[in-house]
Design a protein around this ligand. Structure first.
Ligand SMILES: [Fe+2]
Length: 403
């Protein structure tokens, strides 16, 4: 019998709801574990189509895949990807950077692959002692859930983001995650304005930038299409003492920011500046609202008729504008929370979704809360493309050097 090529199936309506997210990949029938060398050009086209149409795709049962496969897999979706993790060649360990709190490790034989999760592990992938930390919303939200709510199994998204440092390196087109071990903890719940959602403990939550754009009013869509977003210099140091709103989308109060002259050395031409609305590589007629509401700093809006530019550089105001646009997505029917099964290989379109950690693992037994995931996200060689490409738009990915 001849083998069937790679195919995909969009998630069923009960899972997919109104998220516009999710498909499951079926590998060729004679390939239980992904073998990139044996994928045909057509198989790769199907993979790209599945991802860029559905933003999050999963291949089940991939226990045993080699870590070096992950960066090669990521390159199928972005041939300009530079073979280094977008967080840098080594895991972030500078305590001034909020991202160091994860204590993420790296796999020695595949330094583009980070190790995230919760717990202590010995002799893992050539690392004698590994300890990884699961961050939960109580560490970042201004008003976390009360003990009673935590005890009855509620959690929240920690912080919505794209995988990118907003400094020096461009966001990867995709992030690849591989689940090695999942916590043995009952399901948890998130409260949304439209109802509760039951999720697997430690689920990764996603919303689609395309769905977020659909939900804007025509005026907001026009504003978004004409606007570029400048991120804070050393954004994750700038916000490291800040606290977020209950939905993890924004920082509601100003005042705890680290002044930009007190963060690590920086220069404007390495600070990220991106369009507010991004173009999908495979579907150029579908706009994606892609903006990190906690790290924003300045908005520049250009009037398409006159070319005149309006700058909003009051950070509090910038955050409010972005939040009013993005908060409409925060509903159970718009959020896909990936329920991890050990062996899952998940590829998500980092430039087409926002994602967040969820889950309260802390109060559980050390044995039960063990969680291990591989994460590969590589700096792209190409900046995100503006959906509306007008003369004078800054599409370099960074603030233009000051004349
Ligand atoms: Fe992430």
């Amino acid at each position: 019998m001849s083998s069937q090529g790679l195919s995909f199936e969009v998630f069923g309506p009960d899972v997919r709801q109104d998220t516009a997210i999710g498909a499951e990949i079926k590998l060729p029938s004679d390939m239980p574990i992904l073998d990139l060398e044996r994928l045909t050009a057509q198989d790769k086209d199907v993979l790209r189509q599945a991802l860029f149409e559905n933003q999050v795709i999963v291949i089940r049962g991939q226990k045993g895949v080699d870590p070096t496969v992950l960066p090669e897999l990521a390159k199928i979706f972005d041939d300009s990807a530079i073979g280094i993790h977008s967080a840098g060649e080594k895991a972030v360990s500078d305590p001034r950077n909020i991202l160091s709190a994860y204590k993420a490790g790296r796999i020695p034989k595949a330094p583009q692959v980070g190790i995230i999760g919760s717990g202590k592990f010995q002799n893992y992938e050539g690392i004698p002692e590994l300890e990884v930390i699961h961050l939960d919303h109580t560490l970042f939200h201004e008003t976390p859930l009360e003990k009673e709510e935590l005890d009855s199994g509620f959690t929240r998204p920690y912080r919505w983001h794209m995988d990118t440092p907003f400094y020096e390196r461009l966001p990867g087109e995709v992030t690849v995650l591989h689940s090695i071990q999942i916590p043995k903890i009952p399901d948890q719940k998130i409260k949304f304005p439209d109802g509760e959602k039951e999720i697997g403990a430690g689920a990764t939550a996603f919303f689609s930038g395309a769905r977020a754009f659909d939900l804007l009013t025509p005026e907001e869509q026009e504003f978004a299409l004409n606007t570029t977003v400048t991120y804070a210099p050393q954004a994750y140091e700038y916000i490291r003492q800040c606290k977020s709103s209950e939905d993890g989308l924004t920082i509601p109060t100003l005042g705890r920011e680290v002044p930009v002259d007190q963060v690590s050395e920086w220069q404007w031409d390495k600070v990220a500046e991106h369009p507010m609305v991004w173009k999908n590589p495979l579907n150029p007629s579908r706009p994606f609202l892609q903006v990190h509401g906690c790290c924003v700093y300045k908005l520049t809006t250009r009037n398409p008729q006159t070319g005149e530019e309006t700058v909003i550089d009051d950070v509090e105001e910038v955050r409010k504008i972005v939040y009013n646009m993005q908060k409409k997505i925060y509903a159970a029917k718009h959020i896909y929370a990936h329920r991890w099964i050990e062996g899952d290989l998940v590829i998500f379109h980092n430039r087409g979704v926002m994602h967040s950690i969820t889950g309260q693992l802390e109060q559980h037994d050390a044995k039960d809360k063990q969680r291990l995931l591989w994460q590969c996200t590589m700096t792209s060689g190409e900046p995100p493309k503006p959906f509306r490409d007008y003369p004078g738009v800054n599409a370099t990915g960074f603030v233009r050097a000051q004349a």
